[in-house]
Design a protein around this ligand. Structure first.
Ligand code: SF4
Ligand code: SF4
Length: 468
């Protein structure tokens, strides 16, 4: 990387009306933010540790002997804290998805990009894992820049190799944990031990992606690739919480004057620390920008400056556009009332559907390509499949009775079927029907399915037979 593109964003000057991470020609400009350790950074670090503990810990958490959270693609089921969802629960999944979307709308309208700055994995792992590793191995940004400007040396090569080795180790552990959400932790370990190529390739591919993302792409994921960032302009309003610069207090900006006389300018001493610390390289003093991920680093940087020059903190702070313009705050507004009302309705629908889930699902399916077979003595034999899903958290015993058509009988699959909690089983059922039961080649079969847990459902199925 040339020294020309590896420099502080502040050196480019305010005339650059392009992304801080890109030159006017579209080439990459490397951003090396200077860490600001303040009260928000300390709070974010606690949140980051909690998020990482959650990510790495969840695959080891079991409820009722099964993973607490598992996207079990192989068995087409989703385990969520003791709840098992299957394709038959599509309505519940749709309502849940709608709830997530409306929640994102609501939270963003109130808190702005709080997700991005505090809990997004991109921010959490970049700022609290990968950058600290980089600083530990290669030193602070200024030291790194100086060493990189000196060309390749054995020391520089060794430091770079060590850094990327550590990046790869962390990336591989994240990738393995991610895969465990799909095959369970034990399943992932067993697959690795057995040399399962799919699992090995998945972990290697994800590790490579993380190396590219956290090693090179970095803030560009937020500023150019993330769709959530692009949605901000329609999700926020003048009352949304944001990180903002109080221009009324800060302007006209100007360097600190020598001497003890009263300051004739605003509180901003134009030190540039809020820009140097910004991981997306923007100048918060230009107002709300799409590239701001609300990481609060500029608040910490500026608060420190204000402490030093003995001015009140909060020149850069959590605020809203309305507060900056008028000094007043407003929480209740039409947008929130609409989002809140829809959200309540969606949550109510979710619980309604969840609590109204059937004790079991019973589906009647065709069994083979041969719709029927005519046996001697005018009996029509039909093979069917019946799929049972026990939705209860305890065993359930099912029995099947054929109520119609008259004279028909079950010739297989009539024995009681015992299914464990959440178990699915498909039975092959044979129905023997007198030929006279068919009209125009069809006869309607009616199955009554009962269980020892109180289930009582009927299923109908059109049997095909010979035309009379
Ligand atoms: S850190 Fe504060 S004082 Fe320094 S340039 Fe930024 S806003 Fe102005
Ligand atoms: S402007 Fe401030 S809050 Fe926004 S990304 Fe930059 S440092 Fe973070």
């Amino acid at each position: 990387m040339s020294d020309d593109i590896r420099r502080s964003p502040f050196e480019h000057g305010p005339e650059d009306e392009t992304l801080a991470g890109l030159s006017l020609e579209g080439a990459r400009r490397w951003i090396d933010p200077v860490l600001s350790r303040g009260r928000f950074f300390a709070a974010r670090r606690i949140v980051a540790i909690a998020m990482m503990a959650l990510f790495f810990g969840l695959p080891h958490l079991a409820i009722g002997g099964r993973p607490a959270l598992l996207v079990d693609l192989a068995n087409r089921q989703l385990l969520v804290f003791g709840l098992t969802l299957r394709p038959a629960d599509n309505v519940l999944l749709m309502v849940f998805g709608a709830g997530v979307v409306i929640t994102v709308f609501f939270v963003t309208a109130v808190f702005g990009r709080i997700w991005c700055g505090w809990t997004c994995p991109q921010t959490v792992y970049l700022e609290f894992v990968f950058r600290p590793i980089e600083t530990m191995v290669e030193g602070r940004p200024a030291v790194r820049r100086r060493r990189d400007a000196g060309g390749w040396t054995a020391e520089r090569a060794a430091r770079k190799a060590s850094k990327y080795l550590l990046f790869a180790l962390v990336g591989a552990s994240m990738a393995a944990t991610f895969v465990a959400y799909f095959v369970s932790w034990d399943g992932m370990v067993a697959a690795l031990a057995a040399g399962d190529r799919v699992v090995w390739i998945a972990i290697a591919g994800l590790t490579a992606l993380e190396l590219v993302d956290f090693g090179f792409f970095r803030e560009q994921t937020c500023t150019t690739a993330c769709p959530y960032g692009r949605l901000q302009s329609v999700l926020v309003d003048a009352d949304t919480l944001m990180v903002g610069y109080d221009a009324g207090r800060g302007e006209p900006r100007g360097r600190l004057e020598a001497g003890d006389g009263p300051r004739t300018q605003g509180d901003c001493i134009d030190c540039g620390r809020c820009v140097h610390t910004c991981p997306t390289g923007i100048d918060i003093r230009k107002g709300l920008q799409m590239e701001c991920v609300a990481c609060t680093q500029c608040i910490d940087a500026c608060d420190d400056v204000m402490d030093r020059i003995k001015r009140p903190r909060g020149l850069v702070r959590y605020t809203s556009q309305r507060e900056l313009a008028t000094g007043t705050r407003r929480f209740a507004r039409p947008r929130l009332i609409v989002y809140g009302t829809i959200l309540l309705a969606v949550y109510a629908a979710f619980w309604f559907v969840l609590l109204g889930r059937p004790m079991a699902s019973v589906e009647v399916l065709r069994a083979s390509n041969e719709p029927f077979k005519v046996l001697p003595a005018g009996i029509v034999a039909t093979q069917l499949r019946m799929r049972f899903t026990n939705h209860l958290d305890r065993p359930q015993t099912f029995t099947v009775v054929l109520d119609a058509p008259a004279g028909a009988e079950l010739a297989g699959g009539a024995e009681p079927l015992v299914l464990a909690a959440d178990e699915v089983e498909t039975l092959t059922i044979a129905v023997k029907t007198p030929q006279e039961a068919f009209a125009d080649g069809r006869a309607k079969a009616r199955f009554r399915v009962e269980s020892d847990q109180g289930l009582k459902v009927e299923r109908e199925y059109v049997l095909l037979g010979p035309y009379q």
